[in-house]
Design a protein around this ligand. Structure first.
Ligand SMILES: Cc1cc2nc3c(=O)[nH]c(=O)nc-3n(C[C@H](O)[C@H](O)[C@H](O)COP(=O)(O)OP(=O)(O)OC[C@H]3O[C@@H](n4cnc5c(N)ncnc54)[C@H](O)[C@@H]3O)c2cc1C
Length: 451
C-alpha cells in the first residue's frame, strides 16, 4: 500500500472478524478494531530494535541480532536480574538456594545444542547428574534413563540469564522497566513507561506473554499480532520453596533417598519436586535441604488468585495442601513430614502455555514488529531459545532483503499471523523431549492423527 507521507506510518482498518465466544468478545473486539500500522519509509542503515522482555527468548534474540550487526535494547521488569521464568532465589546468610521456575532443560535442536555448548565452554551451564524420575503417590519411585542429558545453570537459572549478554557490545539493557505503551510515530516505535519516554526504535520485538502483553498490544496498531497473542492459553502453577533442617524421610519402600528431582504422579497438589540444594550446591547430607515443589496445573487453576495480592488464608491453605501432597507422594504417614524452617510461596499466574501455533516466531512486516517466546513452539527453555534465534534471523532477512529493496511485496515476509493453535502436551512444568511419560506419548500421537 502506498503511503502519501514517506516515513510516517499510516493506519488501515483490519477487515477480519472475530470467531470467538462471548466471554472474551469485548477484549478481542478491542484488539480487532485497531487500525493496522503501515510503516513504508526506508529503514535506517543502522537500525535499533526494542526487545520487550529479558527472558530466554528475548535474550537469545538480542544475541543473534548482534551476531548480524544489529543493535538492540532489552527492556525487562526484573528487579533482581534478567531471566523472567528462569528465576533463582538465594537467601543469605545460610545460603538457601532455589530455582523457583525452570528447573533444568534438555536439548534436542541442533541450534540450541550449539548455544548450550558455548555456555558449557564458558562454565555457565553444566549437566545435572542427579537422578530424576517419576514418583507415584505412595512412594514408588521409577528413575528415568540418564539420556537425554539434563542441563542446569551452574549457579542457578537466573545467573545464566544475566551472563548470556555479558560479552556483548551492541545490546543495552534497561531494567527494571515496565514498558506500558507502544506508539508508532514518524517511522519509529516510541516506547514509554507510565508516561516516561523510553526511546525510539526502528522495529519491535515482543518477548513476553500473558495479560501484560495483551494490554500492551490492545491499542498498539498491531491487530494481527494482538489476535495471535490473545489465542494463547496459559496455565497457573503454585511454587512452594521450602528449606528443611534434615533430609526428607525416605519414600515408602526405599532404603535410601533415591532422587534429586521427580515428576509426581497421582497427587493433585504436587507435580514436581526437586532438591535444589543438592542440584546447585552438591550438598549431600549437610546443611539446609532446599526443595522446590510445584503444584499441578489443575490445582493452580482451582486455587487461582491475583498473583500480586495473594490472600493470607489462600497462601496458608495452598502451603498446607502442598506439604500434605509431598507426604502423600512419598508415602509417609500423615503429619510425619517435619516442618520446613523456611518457606516461600509464589503463584505463577501465567506459568506455561497450553496451546501453540507451532511456528518459531511471528513477524508483521507492515508494523515492523515480531514476537518470540516459548509458546510459539512449546513450553520449555529450549522452545524459547529457538524462537528467539528464529525471530532474529527472520528480522535480519527482512531488514536485509525487504527494507533495503524499497519495501516491495511486504506480505512475503509475514510469518505466523494466521496460524491456528493446537493443544500442547507435556509435563505440567514443560516439555522435555525424550522424557515424556507413556500417557503423554499416546496423547501427542492422537493429536497428530487428528490434525
Ligand atoms: C513453574 C515453572 C516451571 C518451569 N520449569 C521448567 C523446566 O524445568 N524446564 C524448562 O525448560 N522450562 C520450564 N519452564 C518454562 C520456562 O521457564 C519458559 O518456557 C521460559 O523461561 C520462557 O521464556 P520466555 O523468554 O518465553 O518468557 P519469560 O521468561 O516469561 O520472559 C518474559 C520477560 O518479559 C518481562 N516483561 C513482561 N512484560 C514486560 C513489559 N511490559 N516490559 C518489560 N518487560 C516485561 C517479564 O518480566 C519477563 O522477564 C517452567 C515454567 C514455570 C512457570
Amino acid at each position: 500500500m502506498d503511503n502519501p507521507k514517506p516515513n510516517k506510518p499510516t493506519r488501515t482498518r483490519n477487515p477480519r472478524k472475530s470467531s470467538y465466544g462471548t466471554s472474551r468478545r469485548s477484549i478481542i473486539k478491542k484488539s480487532f478494531s485497531q487500525e493496522q500500522v503501515m510503516f513504508t519509509g526506508p529503514l535506517s542503515d543502522d537500525p535499533i530494535i526494542a526487545i520487550i522482555g529479558g527472558g530466554m527468548s528475548g535474550l537469545v534474540c538480542a544475541l543473534n541480532l548482534e551476531k548480524r550487526g544489529i543493535r538492540s535494547t532489552v527492556f525487562d521488569t526484573g528487579l533482581h536480574g534478567l531471566g523472567g521464568r528462569m528465576g533463582t532465589r538465594i537467601i543469605d546468610p545460610q545460603p538457601l538456594i532455589f530455582d523457583h521456575a525452570a528447573q533444568f532443560f534438555t536439548v534436542s535442536d541442533p541450534q540450541f545444542a550449539k548455544l548450550v555448548d558455548g555456555w558449557s565452554e564458558k562454565g555457565q551451564v553444566q549437566r545435572w547428574e542427579g537422578t530424576i524420575g517419576e514418583l507415584e503417590v505412595g512412594g514408588r519411585f521409577v528413575p528415568l534413563p540418564s539420556s537425554p542429558p539434563r542441563y542446569i545453570g551452574v549457579n542457578g537459572m537466573r545467573p545464566l540469564a544475566d551472563s548470556i549478554l555479558s560479552q556483548t557490545r551492541m545490546i543495552d539493557v534497561v531494567r527494571p522497566c515496565w514498558i506500558s505503551k507502544l506508539e508508532p510515530c514518524n517511522g519509529m516505535w516510541h516506547l514509554s513507561e507510565n508516561g516516561k519516554p523510553r526511546g525510539q526504535f526502528d522495529a519491535l520485538v515482543i518477548a513476553h506473554n500473558g495479560k501484560c502483553a495483551n494490554r500492551l498490544l490492545a491499542s498498539s496498531g498491531l491487530p494481527l499480532i494482538a489476535r495471535q497473542m490473545k489465542r494463547l492459553e496459559l496455565s497457573s502453577i503454585w511454587a512452594l520453596l521450602a528449606a528443611f533442617e534434615d533430609p526428607l524421610p525416605n519414600p515408602a519402600n526405599a532404603v535410601t533417598f533415591p532422587f534429586e528431582g521427580a515428576f509426581v504422579k497421582g497427587v493433585d497438589s504436587v507435580s514436581w519436586m526437586a532438591n535444589n540444594a543438592k542440584k546447585l550446591l552438591c550438598s549431600q547430607n549437610t546443611g539446609p535441604h532446599c526443595w522446590t515443589f510445584f503444584s499441578t496445573a489443575t490445582f493452580g487453576k482451582r486455587n487461582k488468585v491475583p498473583q500480586e495480592n495473594i490472600p493470607t488464608a489462600t497462601a496458608e491453605r495452598v502451603k498446607e495442601a502442598m506439604l500434605e501432597g509431598v507426604e502423600n507422594a512419598l508415602g509417609l504417614s500423615k503429619s510425619s513430614l517435619k516442618r520446613p524452617f523456611y518457606t516461600r510461596l509464589q503463584l505463577w499466574g501465567a506459568a506455561l502455555p497450553t496451546n501453540t501455533p507451532g511456528i518459531p516466531c511471528i513477524f508483521d512486516p507492515h508494523g515492523r514488529a515480531g514476537i518470540c517466546g516459548d509458546w510459539l513452539l512449546g513450553s520449555s527453555l529450549e522452545a524459547a531459545a529457538i524462537s528467539g534465534i528464529a525471530l532474529a534471523n527472520h528480522a535480519n532477512q527482512v531488514i536485509a532483503d525487504y527494507f533495503q529493496s524499497g519495501g516491495a511485496r511486504p506480505d512475503e515476509f509475514a510469518v505466523g499471523l494466521h496460524n491456528e493453535f493446537q493443544p500442547l502436551i507435556g509435563h505440567d512444568i514443560g516439555q522435555f523431549p525424550g522424557l515424556e511419560s507413556e500417557e503423554q506419548t499416546v496423547m501427542a500421537q492422537s493429536i497428530q492423527l487428528s490434525t
